[in-house]
Design a binder for this molecule. Structure first.
Ligand SMILES: CC(C)(COP(=O)(O)OP(=O)(O)OC[C@H]1O[C@@H](n2cnc3c(N)ncnc32)[C@H](O)[C@@H]1OP(=O)(O)O)[C@@H](O)C(=O)NCCC(=O)NCCSC(=O)C[C@H](O)C(=O)O
Ligand SMILES: [Mg+2]
Length: 289
């Protein structure tokens, strides 16, 4: 499955230092895993976590889940060695689908990692104020495949307060979405910290889906089901897409360029969306099989 066709409804962070979580992840219903060497790993565990993670990526079977490794920044004592270790691990047969770079603020941050590792797509954490302003040049980078919103770091930099409607973050979320969509990149929403608050998570997932995100990053297995449901096409959306395509094809056969379904016009552009809905639904079924 190509990266563009692959679902990214649920993208679960797993601390690279935690053996039990690394083992458990192979059984969880997530579309992708971010194996974290950055913020989820304590300073004294950084070096050991690197080795623990490489062992898991070499030996464990994560099935169809996308495997994304978040390295430490190159401005830290561990970043360069993380990237070089992942390059060596890939060479030795470890399966890594992408390297996720924290706190990307400009195109040069991607160049610096691209120069250390070949043949592995790069993803960017979008979580600094400068990153928001430079989102377009970051998304345009030829090695970039995906973007992940880092809403905790962004809120920290903005000195904003938590609000259920995420008003302080909406400008940044929107800028990154515009950039990702312009360049055809995957874009995944930030985490919801209160991992026992299912109702709050659902509200935030629905908001992210409404805005156009491909999925949500998660911190706990209990969050998977809500994200998987929120970012999958619903039965009603699938049914509508099928009816729109049928009605439009019938209209075309009669020499018309517009059909009407449920009292609303259906034009060529709506058929593009309808086909995307069906393709995503099929990709989700394929992932499960
Ligand atoms: C948040 C946690 C610390 C909670 O841990 P814990 O109290 O151990 O949870 P539970 O006892 O409820 O766990 C139940 C079982 O589930 C497994 N588990 C828990 N979390 C994960 C996980 N993320 N992946 C896989 N498995 C997980 C436990 O091992 C238990 O298993 P079992 O033994 O079978 O019962 C913890 O969930 C956690 O550490 N989460 C990840 C935190 C993290 O990665 N943070 C960094 C990323 S967020 C970020 O940095 C955002 C961004 O950069 C920004 O700026 O916004
Ligand atoms: Mg962060």
């Amino acid at each position: 499955m190509t990266a563009a066709a692959r679902p990214y409804r649920s993208v679960l962070y797993i601390p690279g230092s935690k053996d039990r979580a690394l083992e458990k992840a192979a059984t969880l219903a997530c579309d992708a895993i971010i194996f974290d060497l950055e913020d989820a790993v304590a300073v004294e565990e950084k070096v050991n976590a690197r080795a623990t993670l490489i062992k898991a990526l070499t030996e464990a079977d994560y099935g169809s889940r996308a495997r994304i490794v978040r390295v430490n920044g190159l401005d830290t004592p561990w970043g360069r060695d993380d990237v070089l270790a992942m390059a060596e691990a890939v060479h030795a047969g470890a399966k890594i689908d992408a390297i996720l770079i924290p706190k990307v603020s400009m195109k040069g941050d991607l160049d610096a990692v691209a120069n250390l590792i070949n043949g592995v797509p790069l993803w960017a954490m979008m979580e600094t104020a400068m990153g928001m302003l430079n989102a377009a040049e970051i998304a345009a980078h030829p090695r970039l495949e995906g973007m992940v919103m880092g809403t905790n770091d962004l809120a920290k930099e903005l000195q904003s307060r938590f609000r259920a409607d995420r008003l302080p973050l909406v400008t940044g979320l929107g800028l990154c979405l515009l950039a990702a969509k312009t360049y055809g990149r995957i874009i995944v929403d930030g985490v919801y910290n209160a991992f026992k608050d299912e109702a709050g998570l659902k509200v935030e997932c629905d908001q992210g889906r409404d805005m156009g995100f491909d999925g949500k990053t998660l911190i706990h297995p209990a969050q998977l089901e809500i994200a998987n449901a929120a970012f999958a096409p619903s039965e009603a959306e699938i049914d509508l897409a099928r009816r729109q395509i049928a009605a439009f094809e019938e209209a075309q056969a009669q020499g018309l360029g517009v059909a009407v379904v449920d009292g609303k016009i259906v034009e060529n552009l709506h058929i593009v969306t309808a086909r995307q809905v069906l393709a995503k639904a099929e990709a989700i079924v394929a992932l499960a099989n």
